[in-house]
Design a protein around this ligand. Structure first.
Ligand SMILES: [Zn+2]
Ligand SMILES: [Zn+2]
Length: 284
């Protein structure tokens, strides 16, 4: 069973990734939510180039990734679920919830710690918001997140299939909730009770720092609601809001070489603990 999961993992992940990316690209053409400001060729070439680079760096840096570690943990009885007697379905559900909460908390931390915000703000510096924005993460952020995920897997001992499912679902929802698609409002209202929708996550890409520092969920919308970081809609509306952060606003900044050095450039302003944001009156 474990060997089958490990052998099939790359194929399953690549097939679902390409399928969902193609579906979102077509949907964006058929029913766009916002007008594009930047020609697609600049952003798509660089954002997709970054994914290839991230994947290569990740594979070369870690001898084992999350699903592989879950298999090893099962074999060697590491972690909570490999040491207690619970039904597999319960371990599966709790593991997926725990991984999602961990990703949420990690995202909050990347906004709150100035040094980590320098890495993560590259995700926010995209000047349009579409499915490829969901793939735009600095390689060092990718490495740190994998380290955190491996620590969670070691402590939790989740079924390997739960980790695989979680990663595949997270990949698909990241493409979906960054897509520039116009979901009917009643559908958005129902869907966002269960999953982070594009309208919910777009708020997180607003140039207004109070909106940037909200809606941290990638998969489940519940953590934001439970923990007080939920902002339902952008103040200026989805068509009127500006996408990005205050820094890095030229087209040249969207090129891969510039993205990679962004963490070293300029001040670490705009994160969740930036005093200019935390001291502002909410009614301003
Ligand atoms: Zn963020
Ligand atoms: Zn995002």
């Amino acid at each position: 069973m474990s060997d089958t999961i490990l052998a099939a993992e790359p194929t399953i992940r690549l097939a679902i990734f390409l399928g969902v990316l193609a579906a979102m690209a077509l949907w964006e053409v058929a029913a766009p939510r916002r007008r594009r400001d930047i020609p697609r060729v600049i952003r798509w070439t660089n954002n997709l180039g970054l994914v290839v680079l991230d994947t290569a760096i990740l594979r070369l840096s870690f001898p084992i990734l999350a699903v592989g570690l879950a298999v090893t943990a099962e074999e060697r009885s590491w972690g909570l679920f490999n040491n207690i007697d619970v039904p597999v379905w319960a371990a599966l559900v709790v593991s997926m919830l725990a991984l999602d909460l961990a990703i949420y908390l990690q995202h909050v931390m990347f906004h709150a710690v100035p040094g980590l915000w320098r890495l993560h703000r590259m995700h926010h510096a995209d000047l349009d918001f579409d499915a490829t924005t969901g793939l735009r993460f600095h390689p060092v952020e990718i490495l740190i997140s994998m380290g955190i995920k491996l620590a969670v897997v070691t402590a939790l001992g989740p079924p390997a299939v739960a980790v695989l499912l979680f990663e595949v679902i997270l990949n698909a929802t990241a493409l979906f909730n960054h897509a520039n698609i116009d979901l009917p409002r009643p559908l958005d209202r129902v869907l966002r009770l269960l999953v982070v929708t594009p309208d919910m996550h777009r708020v997180h890409h607003s140039v207004d720092p109070r909106e940037t520092n909200s809606n941290y969920g990638f998969n489940l919308p519940w953590w934001d609601r439970l923990l007080g970081t939920y902002v339902p809609q952008p103040a200026k509306g989805h068509r009127g809001m500006e996408i990005g952060i205050e820094q890095f606003r030229t087209r040249r900044d969207l090129w891969l070489d510039r993205m990679l050095v962004q963490p070293l450039r300029g001040p670490a302003s705009g994160g969740a603990l930036d005093p200019r944001i935390t001291t502002k009156e909410p009614s301003e």
